[in-house]
Ligand binder design. Structure first.
Ligand SMILES: [Ca+2]
Length: 314
Protein backbone atom coordinates (compact mmCIF):
# COMPACT_ATOMS: atom_id res chain seq x y z
CA UNK A 1 0.00 0.00 0.00
CA UNK A 2 1.12 3.52 -0.80
CA UNK A 3 1.33 5.68 2.33
CA UNK A 4 1.52 9.42 2.79
CA UNK A 5 2.67 9.86 6.37
CA UNK A 6 2.19 12.91 8.59
CA UNK A 7 4.14 12.99 11.85
CA UNK A 8 5.36 15.12 14.78
CA UNK A 9 8.30 12.83 15.63
CA UNK A 10 8.07 12.01 18.77
CA UNK A 11 9.15 8.68 20.39
CA UNK A 12 6.00 6.82 19.34
CA UNK A 13 6.06 8.40 15.87
CA UNK A 14 9.61 7.06 15.52
CA UNK A 15 8.42 3.60 16.65
CA UNK A 16 5.55 3.72 14.13
CA UNK A 17 7.85 4.84 11.33
CA UNK A 18 10.35 2.06 12.08
CA UNK A 19 7.53 -0.49 12.18
CA UNK A 20 6.34 0.62 8.73
CA UNK A 21 9.86 0.70 7.28
CA UNK A 22 10.48 -2.89 8.35
CA UNK A 23 7.14 -4.27 7.15
CA UNK A 24 7.09 -4.92 3.42
CA UNK A 25 3.42 -4.04 2.87
CA UNK A 26 4.02 -0.32 3.45
CA UNK A 27 5.42 1.81 0.66
CA UNK A 28 5.87 5.29 2.16
CA UNK A 29 5.94 7.78 -0.73
CA UNK A 30 6.31 10.96 1.34
CA UNK A 31 6.41 12.25 4.91
CA UNK A 32 5.22 15.64 6.15
CA UNK A 33 5.89 16.96 9.63
CA UNK A 34 3.86 19.21 11.88
CA UNK A 35 4.35 21.00 15.19
CA UNK A 36 3.05 18.82 17.99
CA UNK A 37 5.46 16.91 20.20
CA UNK A 38 8.20 19.18 18.81
CA UNK A 39 8.49 21.90 16.13
CA UNK A 40 7.83 20.74 12.55
CA UNK A 41 11.44 21.56 11.65
CA UNK A 42 12.81 19.37 14.47
CA UNK A 43 10.26 16.66 13.67
CA UNK A 44 11.64 16.62 10.10
CA UNK A 45 15.20 16.31 11.39
CA UNK A 46 14.18 13.50 13.75
CA UNK A 47 12.34 11.75 10.92
CA UNK A 48 15.36 11.94 8.62
CA UNK A 49 17.55 10.47 11.39
CA UNK A 50 15.11 7.59 11.87
CA UNK A 51 15.14 6.93 8.11
CA UNK A 52 18.95 6.75 8.30
CA UNK A 53 18.70 4.34 11.22
CA UNK A 54 16.62 1.94 9.14
CA UNK A 55 18.79 2.37 6.04
CA UNK A 56 15.57 3.43 4.34
CA UNK A 57 15.40 4.44 0.70
CA UNK A 58 15.30 8.12 -0.18
CA UNK A 59 11.77 9.03 1.01
CA UNK A 60 11.06 12.76 0.65
CA UNK A 61 10.37 14.58 3.95
CA UNK A 62 8.84 18.08 4.06
CA UNK A 63 8.57 20.27 7.16
CA UNK A 64 5.00 21.57 7.43
CA UNK A 65 2.99 23.77 9.78
CA UNK A 66 4.81 25.42 12.68
CA UNK A 67 1.54 26.59 14.25
CA UNK A 68 -2.04 25.33 14.38
CA UNK A 69 -4.76 26.67 12.07
CA UNK A 70 -6.12 28.57 15.11
CA UNK A 71 -4.58 29.37 18.45
CA UNK A 72 -0.99 28.80 19.47
CA UNK A 73 1.27 25.78 19.70
CA UNK A 74 1.66 24.56 23.30
CA UNK A 75 5.41 23.85 22.93
CA UNK A 76 7.47 20.67 23.12
CA UNK A 77 6.07 17.76 25.11
CA UNK A 78 9.31 17.28 27.04
CA UNK A 79 7.85 15.21 29.88
CA UNK A 80 6.93 12.38 27.47
CA UNK A 81 9.30 12.77 24.50
CA UNK A 82 12.36 14.38 26.09
CA UNK A 83 14.00 17.66 25.08
CA UNK A 84 14.71 16.50 21.53
CA UNK A 85 11.54 14.50 20.83
CA UNK A 86 13.45 11.22 20.75
CA UNK A 87 13.52 10.54 24.49
CA UNK A 88 16.87 12.39 24.70
CA UNK A 89 18.47 9.64 22.61
CA UNK A 90 21.12 11.12 20.37
CA UNK A 91 21.23 9.83 16.81
CA UNK A 92 24.01 10.58 14.32
CA UNK A 93 23.54 13.73 12.19
CA UNK A 94 21.60 12.96 9.03
CA UNK A 95 22.99 13.16 5.52
CA UNK A 96 19.48 13.69 4.16
CA UNK A 97 17.79 17.07 3.86
CA UNK A 98 14.11 18.10 3.93
CA UNK A 99 12.30 18.85 0.66
CA UNK A 100 12.08 22.52 -0.25
CA UNK A 101 8.36 22.55 -0.95
CA UNK A 102 5.31 24.01 0.78
CA UNK A 103 3.46 21.26 2.61
CA UNK A 104 0.18 21.81 0.70
CA UNK A 105 1.96 21.57 -2.66
CA UNK A 106 3.98 18.53 -1.52
CA UNK A 107 0.85 16.65 -0.37
CA UNK A 108 -1.20 17.61 -3.44
CA UNK A 109 1.59 16.64 -5.83
CA UNK A 110 1.81 13.18 -4.26
CA UNK A 111 -2.01 12.84 -4.19
CA UNK A 112 -2.08 13.63 -7.92
CA UNK A 113 0.76 11.26 -8.70
CA UNK A 114 -0.85 8.38 -6.79
CA UNK A 115 -4.47 9.41 -7.32
CA UNK A 116 -6.90 7.02 -5.60
CA UNK A 117 -4.08 4.91 -4.16
CA UNK A 118 -2.79 6.79 -1.13
CA UNK A 119 -3.53 5.97 2.48
CA UNK A 120 -2.95 9.13 4.49
CA UNK A 121 -1.67 8.15 7.95
CA UNK A 122 -1.56 11.04 10.41
CA UNK A 123 0.23 10.68 13.74
CA UNK A 124 0.15 14.30 14.88
CA UNK A 125 -2.23 17.30 14.88
CA UNK A 126 -4.18 17.64 11.62
CA UNK A 127 -2.89 21.05 10.59
CA UNK A 128 -1.12 19.94 7.41
CA UNK A 129 -4.13 17.98 6.17
CA UNK A 130 -6.48 20.89 6.90
CA UNK A 131 -4.22 23.38 5.15
CA UNK A 132 -3.94 21.13 2.10
CA UNK A 133 -7.74 20.67 1.96
CA UNK A 134 -8.18 24.43 2.16
CA UNK A 135 -5.82 25.13 -0.72
CA UNK A 136 -6.80 22.05 -2.74
CA UNK A 137 -10.31 20.81 -1.84
CA UNK A 138 -9.92 18.06 -4.49
CA UNK A 139 -7.21 16.50 -2.24
CA UNK A 140 -10.06 14.71 -0.39
CA UNK A 141 -11.16 12.82 -3.51
CA UNK A 142 -7.63 11.77 -4.44
CA UNK A 143 -6.94 10.04 -1.12
CA UNK A 144 -8.10 6.41 -0.87
CA UNK A 145 -8.52 6.51 2.89
CA UNK A 146 -7.15 8.19 5.97
CA UNK A 147 -6.12 6.66 9.28
CA UNK A 148 -5.43 9.11 12.08
CA UNK A 149 -4.04 8.59 15.55
CA UNK A 150 -6.13 10.85 17.67
CA UNK A 151 -9.19 11.56 19.71
CA UNK A 152 -11.19 9.69 22.26
CA UNK A 153 -14.86 8.79 22.19
CA UNK A 154 -15.56 7.02 25.48
CA UNK A 155 -12.21 7.33 27.32
CA UNK A 156 -10.99 10.30 29.31
CA UNK A 157 -8.65 12.68 27.51
CA UNK A 158 -4.90 12.99 28.04
CA UNK A 159 -4.45 16.77 27.81
CA UNK A 160 -7.85 17.88 29.12
CA UNK A 161 -10.89 16.09 30.57
CA UNK A 162 -12.07 14.92 27.12
CA UNK A 163 -9.19 16.12 24.93
CA UNK A 164 -6.58 13.91 23.29
CA UNK A 165 -3.30 15.63 22.35
CA UNK A 166 -3.43 15.43 18.52
CA UNK A 167 -7.02 16.64 18.20
CA UNK A 168 -6.70 19.23 20.96
CA UNK A 169 -3.45 20.45 19.39
CA UNK A 170 -5.53 21.84 16.50
CA UNK A 171 -9.29 21.30 16.97
CA UNK A 172 -10.29 23.51 14.03
CA UNK A 173 -8.03 21.51 11.71
CA UNK A 174 -9.50 18.19 12.86
CA UNK A 175 -13.05 19.50 12.45
CA UNK A 176 -12.28 20.63 8.89
CA UNK A 177 -10.77 17.23 8.09
CA UNK A 178 -13.88 15.50 9.53
CA UNK A 179 -16.04 17.59 7.16
CA UNK A 180 -13.91 16.81 4.08
CA UNK A 181 -15.75 13.66 3.00
CA UNK A 182 -12.60 11.52 3.19
CA UNK A 183 -12.95 7.93 4.44
CA UNK A 184 -11.48 8.44 7.92
CA UNK A 185 -10.70 5.99 10.71
CA UNK A 186 -9.70 7.53 14.05
CA UNK A 187 -7.50 5.34 16.24
CA UNK A 188 -7.72 7.09 19.58
CA UNK A 189 -7.22 6.64 23.29
CA UNK A 190 -10.19 4.24 23.48
CA UNK A 191 -7.87 1.60 22.00
CA UNK A 192 -4.31 2.95 22.25
CA UNK A 193 -4.42 3.09 26.05
CA UNK A 194 -5.22 -0.65 26.03
CA UNK A 195 -2.33 -1.74 23.85
CA UNK A 196 0.67 -1.57 26.17
CA UNK A 197 4.25 -2.26 25.23
CA UNK A 198 5.98 -3.75 28.29
CA UNK A 199 9.61 -3.98 29.25
CA UNK A 200 9.41 -7.75 28.92
CA UNK A 201 8.32 -7.37 25.29
CA UNK A 202 11.47 -5.40 24.53
CA UNK A 203 13.60 -7.87 26.52
CA UNK A 204 12.19 -10.64 24.36
CA UNK A 205 12.82 -8.60 21.23
CA UNK A 206 16.42 -7.98 22.26
CA UNK A 207 16.98 -11.73 22.14
CA UNK A 208 15.08 -12.34 18.89
CA UNK A 209 15.61 -9.26 16.74
CA UNK A 210 16.83 -9.67 13.19
CA UNK A 211 20.33 -8.48 12.30
CA UNK A 212 18.80 -5.94 9.96
CA UNK A 213 16.79 -4.38 12.81
CA UNK A 214 19.69 -4.23 15.30
CA UNK A 215 20.20 -0.45 15.13
CA UNK A 216 16.47 0.25 15.22
CA UNK A 217 15.87 -2.01 18.25
CA UNK A 218 18.86 -0.53 20.05
CA UNK A 219 17.39 2.94 19.50
CA UNK A 220 13.92 1.82 20.64
CA UNK A 221 15.38 0.45 23.89
CA UNK A 222 16.96 3.80 24.69
CA UNK A 223 14.08 6.04 23.58
CA UNK A 224 11.49 3.87 25.33
CA UNK A 225 13.41 4.11 28.60
CA UNK A 226 12.49 7.81 28.71
CA UNK A 227 9.00 7.19 27.30
CA UNK A 228 8.24 4.58 29.97
CA UNK A 229 9.39 6.96 32.66
CA UNK A 230 7.32 9.83 31.19
CA UNK A 231 4.23 7.65 30.97
CA UNK A 232 4.77 6.49 34.53
CA UNK A 233 4.89 10.07 35.78
CA UNK A 234 2.04 11.36 33.58
CA UNK A 235 -0.24 8.38 33.07
CA UNK A 236 0.58 6.02 35.97
CA UNK A 237 1.86 3.33 33.61
CA UNK A 238 4.13 0.83 35.40
CA UNK A 239 6.93 -0.41 33.14
CA UNK A 240 4.77 -0.17 30.07
CA UNK A 241 3.46 2.45 27.68
CA UNK A 242 0.55 2.84 25.29
CA UNK A 243 1.40 2.27 21.63
CA UNK A 244 -0.44 5.32 20.29
CA UNK A 245 1.11 6.01 16.88
CA UNK A 246 2.21 2.44 16.05
CA UNK A 247 -1.36 1.20 16.55
CA UNK A 248 -2.71 3.60 13.91
CA UNK A 249 0.14 2.61 11.57
CA UNK A 250 -0.62 -1.08 12.15
CA UNK A 251 -4.33 -0.63 11.57
CA UNK A 252 -3.64 1.03 8.20
CA UNK A 253 -1.96 -2.09 6.85
CA UNK A 254 -3.29 -5.02 8.88
CA UNK A 255 -6.69 -6.56 9.56
CA UNK A 256 -8.10 -8.05 12.74
CA UNK A 257 -6.48 -5.75 15.28
CA UNK A 258 -9.23 -3.20 15.87
CA UNK A 259 -13.00 -3.06 15.74
CA UNK A 260 -14.55 0.21 14.60
CA UNK A 261 -17.94 1.89 14.85
CA UNK A 262 -19.08 4.60 12.49
CA UNK A 263 -20.52 7.71 14.09
CA UNK A 264 -21.47 11.20 12.97
CA UNK A 265 -18.83 13.46 14.50
CA UNK A 266 -17.65 17.02 14.97
CA UNK A 267 -14.90 18.54 17.08
CA UNK A 268 -15.73 21.05 19.81
CA UNK A 269 -13.74 24.19 18.98
CA UNK A 270 -15.02 26.32 21.90
CA UNK A 271 -15.74 25.35 25.47
CA UNK A 272 -13.96 26.18 28.67
CA UNK A 273 -13.20 22.54 29.49
CA UNK A 274 -14.13 20.77 26.25
CA UNK A 275 -12.12 22.41 23.42
CA UNK A 276 -10.77 19.53 21.34
CA UNK A 277 -13.44 17.08 22.46
CA UNK A 278 -14.87 14.82 19.76
CA UNK A 279 -18.66 15.03 19.85
CA UNK A 280 -20.49 12.08 18.30
CA UNK A 281 -24.20 12.25 17.60
CA UNK A 282 -26.06 8.95 17.77
CA UNK A 283 -29.53 10.41 17.21
CA UNK A 284 -31.70 9.45 14.24
CA UNK A 285 -31.29 12.95 12.83
CA UNK A 286 -27.74 13.90 13.78
CA UNK A 287 -26.01 17.25 13.34
CA UNK A 288 -24.23 17.79 10.01
CA UNK A 289 -20.72 16.38 10.22
CA UNK A 290 -18.44 13.59 9.06
CA UNK A 291 -19.28 9.90 9.36
CA UNK A 292 -16.07 8.79 11.00
CA UNK A 293 -15.00 5.23 11.82
CA UNK A 294 -13.80 5.18 15.42
CA UNK A 295 -11.70 2.33 16.76
CA UNK A 296 -13.54 1.16 19.87
CA UNK A 297 -12.01 -2.25 20.67
CA UNK A 298 -8.52 -3.72 20.28
CA UNK A 299 -7.00 -7.19 20.24
CA UNK A 300 -4.04 -6.05 22.33
CA UNK A 301 -2.03 -9.31 22.22
CA UNK A 302 -2.32 -9.47 18.46
CA UNK A 303 -1.34 -5.80 18.12
CA UNK A 304 1.77 -6.25 20.27
CA UNK A 305 2.82 -9.34 18.29
CA UNK A 306 2.25 -7.45 15.04
CA UNK A 307 4.42 -4.55 16.23
CA UNK A 308 7.25 -6.83 17.38
CA UNK A 309 7.07 -8.92 14.19
CA UNK A 310 8.54 -6.02 12.21
CA UNK A 311 11.82 -6.43 14.06
CA UNK A 312 12.19 -10.11 14.88
CA UNK A 313 14.06 -12.83 13.04
CA UNK A 314 11.77 -14.87 10.81
CA1 LIG B 1 2.72 11.65 17.09
Amino acid sequence: MKVLLDVDTGVDDAAALLYMLFKPQYDIVGIGTVCGNVEARLAAENTLKVLDLADAPDIPVAAGAEKPVCGTWAGRVREIHGDNGLGNTELPPTGRSPAEEEIEDFYMRLADKYSGELTLVTLGPLTNAARTLKKYPEFARKIRRMVMMGGTVAMRGNVSPMGEANVTGDPEACDQVFLSGMDITAVGLDVTMKVRLKREHMEWLNRHRSARAAKAVNFLNRALEYYWYGNQMQNYCIDDCPLHDPLAAMYAGTTGILRTETRRARVECDGTYTRGMIVTDLREHPIPGGDIHFAVEADADRAIREFLSAFWEE
